[in-house]
Design a protein around this ligand. Structure first.
Ligand code: NAD
Length: 287
């Protein structure tokens, strides 16, 4: 039976440091603030915002939401992002995805200021992740995976890690970060011919495919560590990409859903907002 790697424990530890830094910022007259831009009213976006709002509030970080109709033009939306870039009271900006097809994502990611890009969508921050720079914002979820592994002292050096999924949000960046920690990384995806063969060879599995219960016990080597990034709603229930009940019997350690990677992701987001606000504070003092 696997040991449960609680994300809640990791985030509680993070919150102690975040609250201290927020207090320090406030005593310097800075109210750390996140602005979330949402086009339309998708249910999953609203649920994410509700969760983020609650978590940020618990650490003294302000969360503003700017809502736009689906009919907004790309010119108008870009103008709105530029306003947020230039607004000194905003330290971090998140743009909810997916955007309606009429809005060109490439134009959006190129407009956002990298200094406020707390979830790493801009080309320059992403380039930093791929080249291993430390002074850029890494994608919150990918960073949360690494933070969980670090918190529980799971050594990555020389380990075989199977990442399931190759998105720019999770799969690719987390693979680069694991590589930077000297892991031997295999990335599988929807066209992988034999998922079982690839994943069952791994010491550590990171599942980020968005397919409920995709990773089953037959995919997992006895004693492997399993990190489940998936967030899927099945018949009103939140489940991961790992078939928890069967895999728990075979893995040595496993993250639960909920209470795993998702909780830590919000913690990483708050750390990034604090850093963005601190950076702005430092730059203002220099002037
Ligand atoms: P995505 O849809 O952009 O990418 C999914 C990836 O999985 C693709 O690269 C695809 O090739 C791969 N894939 C799909 N089916 C597969 C299969 N049968 N075998 C192997 N690979 C397969 O999704 P995403 O944005 O990367 O998110 C992945 C999951 O992580 C989703 O469940 C999402 O909700 C969740 N997520 C969680 C957090 C968090 O904070 N915990 C944050 C972001 C995303």
């Amino acid at each position: 039976m696997a040991v449960i790697l609680s994300g809640k424990e990791v985030v509680e530890q993070k919150k102690i440091d975040i609250r201290r830094r927020v207090q320090q910022l406030k005593s310097n007259g800075v109210q750390p603030t996140l602005d979330i831009a949402m086009v339309g009213d998708r249910e999953d976006s609203l649920a994410y915002i509700k969760g983020a709002h609650k978590a940020l509030d618990s650490c003294g970080i302000e969360c503003r939401v700017s809502s736009y109709p689906e009919t907004i033009t790309i010119g108008h939306f870009i103008g709105e992002i530029q306003k947020k870039n230039n607004d000194d009271s905003v330290h971090g900006i998140i743009i909810m995805r997916p955007l309606p097809g009429s809005l060109d994502w490439k134009m959006v990611e190129e407009t956002l200021s990298p200094a406020k890009d707390v979830d790493c969508i801009t080309p320059s921050n992403l380039a930093g992740v791929f080249s291993g720079l430390r002074d850029v914002f890494y994608p919150c979820t990918a960073q949360a995976v690494i933070d969980i592994l670090d918190y529980y002292h799971i050594d990555l050096k020389g380990k075989n890690v199977a990442v399931v999924g190759r998105s720019m949000v999770v799969g690719k960046p987390v693979s680069m970060m694991l590589l930077q920690r000297d892991a031997t990384v295999t990335i599988s995806h929807s066209k992988t011919a034999d998922l079982e063969k690839v994943v069952s060879a791994a010491d550590i599995v990171v599942a980020a495919a968005g397919k409920p219960g995709l990773v089953k016990d037959r995919h997992v080597k006895q004693g492997a560590v399993v990190i489940d990034v998936g967030i899927n709603f099945v018949e009103g229930r939140l489940v991961g990409d790992v078939d928890f009940d069967s895999v728990e019997m075979k893995a040595s350690m496993i993250t639960p859903v909920p209470g795993g990677v998702g909780s830590v992701t919000t913690g990483v987001l708050m750390e990034h907002i604090a850093v963005a606000a601190e950076n702005i504070c430092i730059n203002v003092k220099k002037i």
